[in-house]
Design a protein around this ligand. Structure first.
Ligand SMILES: [Zn+2]
Length: 137
């Protein structure tokens, strides 16, 4: 668990990391709150190029963990426009069981994509800390 003042300090890495990932066309808000599953969450609204990143302080261990979480949530935005397709499909699916099943598949596929992107960045040495330095340069 980390405390709020540390998290706010480490959040200064958001803008440079956003720049390094070429995501400056997104307006990003952040919040700190308890969520059911995981360290963080990304909620994009691609029609408006806006997103909310949520951080669950109780589940984050330290600065390194926080910055990895920040990078993870930003990487979701690389696929953010796919939310438009998701929403369009859901508007035509009336059965709630089918909706839930499709949501599960979508979430699973997107998490796989983000994990692959994390591995790719790590293999090139683009750690969260390096992305911040790159975005500040
Ligand atoms: Zn994720």
């Amino acid at each position: 668990m980390i405390n709020l003042s540390d998290a706010k300090r480490w959040l200064k890495g958001l803008k440079p990391m956003q720049t390094a990932l070429n995501l400056n066309d997104w307006v990003i808000w952040t919040e700190f709150k308890t969520i059911e599953d995981g360290k963080g969450q990304c909620s994009p609204r691609p029609g408006y190029q806006r997103a909310m990143l949520t951080f669950n302080l109780a589940e984050i261990d330290d600065e390194k963990d926080f910055l990895r979480c920040l990078r993870h949530e930003l990487l979701h935005l690389l696929n953010g426009e796919s939310q438009l397709y998701r929403q369009a499909c859901m508007n035509h699916v009336c059965d709630s069981h089918a909706q839930n099943a499709l949501e599960d598949v979508y979430d699973n596929v997107e998490e796989h994509l983000v994990r692959r992107l994390e591995c790719l960045l790590d293999s090139f040495g683009y750690t969260p800390e390096k992305l911040i330095r790159k975005g500040e340069a």
